[in-house]
Design a protein around this ligand. Structure first.
Ligand SMILES: Nc1ncnc2c1ncn2[C@@H]1O[C@H](COP(=O)(O)OP(=O)(O)OP(=O)(O)O)[C@@H](O)[C@H]1O
Ligand SMILES: [Mg+2]
Length: 308
């Protein structure tokens, strides 16, 4: 019988995983959708990928893909340190996508925020638990988050190894809220840098682009704010806008209905206005993880072989 905890990924590139929080203090920008799509793409490309559903009370990212094995524990036990990490089957759920493991969200009664606020090491819990040897088997860990400023967002941001993927729609109030809200949360964490903790760079992904003049104007004004350093604590934070843009398309809604990452659903397109979803996810992966470009190229060239 297959040992479900035997990893069979073709690519094994890092001793320590890249940990990428997907964030925005505003709700509904597309965090969970794109966290799932990105994790699914990376896993299909051969990277050993873990998707942590950090929306503690409203599981979304962890419910997109069907699970082949659901562990009895999830985010709650991980953060409460009430699960033995030497027994992976207690905490690691396996999705039907090879190479994609999941830690489910399981705190429907909202107990984690209070517990983490009161624990002296609460804000550092995720960062610390992810140091366990269990997690060195992964190349990349994607952590979805709730669309609100809270201790939970803080502890997820503090787990980042290099950057957080900030997701925004090209709508003026949303971009303003992102710069005010998400950077505001990071500003509150600045005192921790005095203890040697590095705060993540912020890489902004435009989602739900409709390519109207207004959308372009909004992006241009955001780009100008960033280039001119006219955002909160520009002296302290490295903020950039990704070139990859995700269009607003029905296909990006299909993941939840079909349980598949979008690159499997749309490998090619006859649309001339926007690339096929598989190409958009490839561009995003290359932009975020240039060190793995060869892996993504190889996958893209053989992508036709990946069956839903
Ligand atoms: N590129 C896209 N095109 C079309 N629909 C999209 C796209 N991205 C996300 N959506 C849809 O937008 C809605 C909100 O997306 P999602 O749940 O991922 O947002 P969120 O930021 O995780 O929200 P919350 O803050 O509530 O967790 C969903 O119905 C999703 O299917
Ligand atoms: Mg969400």
């Amino acid at each position: 019988m297959e040992n479900i905890f035997t990893k069979t990924a073709e690519v094994s590139v890092s001793a320590k995983p890249q940990i990428v929080p997907v964030t925005s203090t505003k709700g509904g920008e597309g965090k969970s959708t794109q966290a799932g799509n990105l994790a699914g793409f990376l896993a299909d490309a051969g990277l050993r990928t873990l998707l942590i559903d950090g929306d503690h009370s409203q599981p979304t990212a962890s419910s997109i893909f069907a699970l082949k094995y659901e562990a009895p524990c999830g985010l709650y036990e991980l953060l409460m340190q009430s699960v033995d990490l030497c027994q992976p089957e207690q905490i690691i759920s396996r999705s039907f996508i090879p190479n994609l493991d999941v830690i489910i969200s399981n705190d429907p009664h909202d107990r984690l925020p209070v517990a983490m606020l009161h624990a002296p090491d609460g804000r550092l819990r995720l960062r610390n638990v992810l140091q366990h040897a269990l997690f060195t088997q992964y190349d990349v860990i994607i952590v979805d988050s709730k669309g609100a400023a809270s201790v939970m967002l803080e502890l997820i941001l503090l787990a980042a190894t290099e950057f957080t993927l900030g997701v925004i729609k090209p709508i003026l109030p949303d971009t303003r809220e992102f710069l005010r809200g998400t950077l505001g949360v990071l500003e509150g964490l600045l005192p921790l840098t005095g203890f040697g903790i590095q705060l993540p760079a912020v890489r902004i992904l435009t989602n739900c682009m409709e390519y109207t003049n207004l959308d372009w104007q909004t992006l241009e004004s955001l780009r100008s704010i960033i280039t001119n350093g006219q955002y909160l604590r520009a002296d302290a934070f490295d903020v950039s806008l990704l070139d990859t843009i995700i269009p607003r398309l029905e296909i990006y809604k299909m993941g939840h209905a079909s349980g598949q990452p979008v690159h499997r659903l749309e490998k090619t397109t006859t649309r001339t206005s926007t690339p096929a979803a598989a190409d958009t996810m490839y561009m995003l992966a290359c932009e975020l993880f240039p060190g793995w470009k060869a892996v993504f190229d190889r996958f893209r060239n053989g992508n036709a072989e990946v069956q839903p």
